[in-house]
Design a protein around this ligand. Structure first.
Ligand code: HEC
Ligand code: HEC
Ligand code: HEC
Ligand code: HEC
Ligand code: HEC
Length: 471
């Protein structure tokens, strides 16, 4: 062999052997009793991850952000962290405490604000923060307390889940104080380890959730991240937090025999669920503004698209307009209104049983005088002010022979449910006595059945659609 050949052979050998040395050594995840299989390993903040094999071994994933820490996690264990350059690359997982501590003292949400400022301000402005003392809630609660004082205790289960040691046993939310007055708050939600749905609707609020509260002197939070780290604190990844099931315990409830809240079961039957959309996909979608969970307090810069929002918008003007499409046609004396609900995970309206949409058609002649309808639906007495006009109500009404709606805690004989189903169009046709010169079509969303202008009316109505034809 000539020298040229020797060089070629040496190059081939090097090409085969050198990558073996360049390839990073495998790492391992262990617990006291030995290797841990199925643990998720990632450099903090990176989206690439590796899973451990049955020997607890993993090939280190990419570290595109040059993170100084590597983390390992598995549901049921505390998230572990180690310096990224530790050799050998070993991470040790610690199992979570075996039992819940029911002597635990709840932390006030204000105590999270010093580090999680942005999440705190989102939560403070949300319905969850007002769940125990919001004005509409108290408006109904006071009516209930007047009608059935013995029946008020059940409301606390969902509206103030940490209010569980009332010495008077009344669980009267008008007397709730301290941390429990924060309604559905941070520390409660982040102590949930399991959300049971085996008695869906019949076991609800705090009775449907299993908590894991740490022993005195320690801290423990569950959440969607599998790489959250803070000195002196324990985090644990729980995939549950990114699933609809997590919300089911409070957003499904049969109270006094009435299926007052049905949002989760509506979601189970929805096209959104078939497309893999969870409650969080629409109600906790990242805003793109949150880039660091605890800036300057140990948080790291993260991809804003990986961080959920806690504003949890419900039926706001924006959410309603995003999911409802209204198409109007006027041919001679015949008006047709087609309403479609799409991009929504349940019926519209959903949530509290009183929520309703009022569709209204008002026609005038050339002189501006009202034109009456010759055929088509008219609004029932339940809508109050607009009763008798052409239109429809989309909502649930508990009725008695003499009329409705009655509150859910009062006896009733029948229920009408005329709400919109996701993906299906509803068509309303009205034939006027003569071809109108102008037609006004309105769609109003109302939170409670209240006479307009009455106490509690403020914030009760949202205009979803209001247009005149011709414009
Ligand atoms: C109704 C229950 C609930 C309340 C109240 C709540 N959270 Fe969350 N939180 C969640 C859920 C669910 C997620 C996961 C969302 C996802 O994966 O899309 C989450 C995610 C998080 C995360 C992970 C990062 C992120 O934004 O995705 C942090 C940190 C957090 N919450 C802190 C807080 C703090 C602080 C408060 C109070 C100011 C709070 N949470 C109130 C349920 C709640
Ligand atoms: C002294 C600062 C500080 C305080 C106070 C604080 N946290 Fe955190 N929290 C952090 C840091 C740092 C992280 C990790 C951030 C990261 O990895 O980007 C974190 C992460 C979290 C996570 C994510 C866990 C996961 O695995 O998804 C949750 C949930 C959380 N905190 C809840 C709370 C709640 C609830 C409170 C108030 C009761 C609170 N924190 C108070 C600093 C704090
Ligand atoms: C511990 C009980 C509880 C849990 C868990 C819970 N909620 Fe709620 N939620 C409530 C209560 C109670 C209200 C009503 C607050 C009020 O009185 O206006 C509410 C209100 C809402 C609203 C309406 C907010 C508004 O401003 O009108 C939305 C949307 C919502 N929740 C979504 C969710 C989603 C999504 C989840 C799961 C990630 C969830 N909730 C988990 C109890 C809960
Ligand atoms: C595909 C997006 C999408 C999904 C998935 C989704 N929602 Fe909604 N949600 C909406 C829209 C849009 C509205 C506003 C229209 C309405 O009130 O029905 C809304 C309204 C609500 C309301 C009414 C709040 C109020 O102000 O009365 C509640 C409560 C709610 N959703 C909870 C949930 C829960 C719980 C889940 C999961 C079981 C869920 N949503 C799944 C889009 C979604
Ligand atoms: C199964 C859990 C659960 C129980 C029990 C419960 N609620 Fe609710 N409540 C909710 C949820 C979830 C919402 C939010 C739905 C929405 O926004 O449309 C809500 C919303 C409301 C609202 C609307 C508040 C607003 O701001 O518009 C009123 C009023 C209300 N509840 C009254 C009561 C009363 C009174 C009781 C006791 C008889 C009670 N609830 C028991 C879960 C519950």
């Amino acid at each position: 062999m000539g020298p040229a050949r020797w060089i070629a052979v040496a190059a081939l050998v090097a090409a085969a052997v050198v990558p073996l040395f360049l390839r990073p050594a495998p790492g391992q995840v262990l617990e006291a009793s030995g290797p841990v299989a199925g643990a998720s390993v990632r450099f903090q903040g990176a989206c690439q991850r590796a899973l451990t094999d049955r020997h607890g071994r993993f090939q280190p994933p990419a570290n595109p952000r040059g993170s100084a820490r590597i983390t390992a996690s598995r549901p049921g264990y505390a998230i572990a962290a180690a310096p990224a350059d530790r050799l050998p690359l070993q991470l040790f997982l610690t199992p979570l405490p075996a039992a819940d501590n029911d002597e635990y003292h709840w932390l006030d949400p204000v105590s999270c604000a010093s580090c999680h400022g942005e999440i705190y301000s989102e939560w403070s402005a949300s319905g969850h923060a007002r769940a125990a003392n919001g004005s509409r809630f108290l408006h109904e609660y006071n009516k209930l307390a007047a009608d059935r004082p013995e029946a008020i205790g059940v409301c606390a289960l969902c509206h103030a889940p940490t209010f569980d040691r009332d010495p008077s046993l009344d669980y009267d939310l008008r007397t709730v104080k301290g941390v429990n007055a924060n309604g559905v708050h941070c520390d409660y939600c982040h102590k949930v380890i399991e959300a049971r749905t085996d008695k869906l609707g019949f076991q609800f609020g705090r009775d449907a959730y299993t908590l894991l509260r740490p022993p005195d002197g320690q801290q423990l939070f569950f959440g969607p991240l599998d790489d959250a780290v803070r000195e002196g604190e324990t985090f644990s990844h729980a995939p549950l937090y990114s699933q609809s099931r997590y919300c089911a315990g409070c957003h499904e409830g049969v109270i006094y025999g009435v299926h007052v809240y049905a949002t989760f079961s509506e979601w189970l039957a929805s096209p959104a669920r078939a497309q893999g959309k969870q409650c969080q996909s629409c109600h906790m979608a990242p805003t793109g503004k949150l880039t660091n969970l605890a800036p300057g307090m140990g948080g790291m810069e993260r991809d804003p698209q990986s961080l959920a929002s806690h504003a949890l918008p419900g039926a706001t003007e924006d959410m309603l307009k995003r999911c409802l499409t209204v198409q109007v046609s006027l041919r001679g004396a015949v008006a047709e209104v087609r309403i479609t609900a799409a991009n929504v995970g349940h019926r519209v309206p959903t949530g509290f049983i009183d929520r309703n949409l009022v569709l209204m058609l008002e026609a005038v002649d050339a002189a501006g005088k009202p034109v009456v309808a010759a055929a088509g639906p008219a609004l029932p007495a339940a809508v109050g002010d607009h009763c008798g006009k052409s239109g429809k109500v989309f909502g649930r009404q508990l009725r008695r022979a003499e009329g409705g709606p009655v509150p859910f805690w009062a006896a009733h004989d029948a229920e009408d449910d005329t709400r919109l189903a996701p993906g299906a169009a509803d068509v309303t046709e009205v034939t006027f006595a003569q071809a109108p010169a102008r037609l006004r079509v309105r769609l109003l969303y109302r939170r409670l059945w209240l006479p307009p202008g009455s106490p509690g009316w403020s914030g009760n109505e949202v205009t979803v659609f209001d247009r005149r034809f011709p414009p």
